[in-house]
Write a protein that binds this ligand. Structure first.
Ligand SMILES: Nc1ncnc2c1ncn2[C@@H]1O[C@H](COP(=O)(O)OP(=O)(O)O)[C@@H](O)[C@H]1O
Ligand SMILES: [Mg+2]
Length: 255
């Protein structure tokens, strides 16, 4: 479980309001290189919003969002686009383009954001398809794929530019246990073999404990607890223990 001590991501005092409702109200956390930070919290608590801020898609009303030494909130559009080539996002609903086949979907970030030629792009697509176990699905349209396969294509697309950081929004939501485990294994493999850092939003506790090197709990717009999976299991924080308790028997059976 050794992570380096290189700081890859840091949020400091991040606040975000929609209309006059504070969604994030002073979020602080740090992610070191090669960690897998799992973020948990109740529905509507602002987890997807937090990932959008990390992608530079939403600008917070206050606070700093560092990727390495760059504060995303202070960057120009071109600078932000450059940073975003180092960050991959796997959306909750896969968010594939329905009129494009699998290969075209995966190739999209490469065509838009890299200077690679067609041959290079095709070979990267082959490699990513192989990684997510979809070698034979390249010519299919998203509508021809199961939810689990769509998610894997979304992951292949997120990995196309070899990002240092990958953000996962509810990667196993709606998946059967086999597909869910496949995604978990890919997250672990990315960290171990390719030194990729991940932030995973999930409320599937099996997944959370399978992939996390560290955990954080978002409530009322703040990170109320941050710690190792062991610390979370034994937390006496009432909200956190209640959140985990419906899964505890299950988890204990694995120990
Ligand atoms: N673009 C938006 N405009 C207005 N409200 C939004 C927008 N996106 C999200 N919200 C609201 O912000 C809150 C947090 O949403 P979200 O980040 O999706 O939560 P989570 O992912 O934790 O379920 C919710 O109340 C949601 O309705
Ligand atoms: Mg969400």
């Amino acid at each position: 479980m050794s992570a380096t001590t290189e700081k890859l991501v840091e949020m400091r005092g991040v606040k975000l309001q929609f209309a006059d409702k504070a969604i994030l109200d002073g979020v602080d956390f740090t992610v070191l290189a090669q960690e897998v930070l799992v973020i948990m919290g109740l529905s509507g608590g602002g987890k997807s919003t937090l990932l959008s801020i990390l992608m530079g898609l939403l600008k917070p009303n206050a606070g700093a969002v560092f990727f390495k030494d760059k504060d995303l909130t202070q960057l120009s559009r071109p600078e932000l686009n450059e940073v975003r080539t180092h960050i991959g996002m796997v959306y909750q609903n896969a968010a594939l383009i329905s009129s494009m086949n699998v290969r075209e979907n995966i190739g999209l970030p490469l065509r838009e954001l890299s200077s690679k030629n067609d041959g290079e792009i095709e070979s990267i697509i082959d490699q990513k398809l192989e990684l997510v176990g979809l070698k034979d699905a390249g010519d299919k349209l998203p509508s021809e794929l199961s939810g689990g396969m769509q998610k894997r294509v979304g992951l292949a697309r997120a990995l196309a530019l070899e990002p240092e950081l990958v953000l996962f929004d509810e990667p196993s939501a709606g998946l059967d246990p086999i597909n869910s485990k496949l995604i978990d294994d890919l997250i672990i493999q990315l960290r171990e073999k390719q030194k990729v850092t991940s932030i995973v939003v999930t409320h599937e506790m099996d997944s959370a404990f399978a992939v996390a090197t560290r955990m954080a709990f978002l409530q009322d717009g703040k990170i109320i607890l941050e710690g190792t999976p062991g610390e979370f299991r034994h937390s006496e924080n009432p909200t956190v223990s209640k959140f985990l308790s419906s899964y505890s028997e299950h988890e204990q059976s694995k120990e």
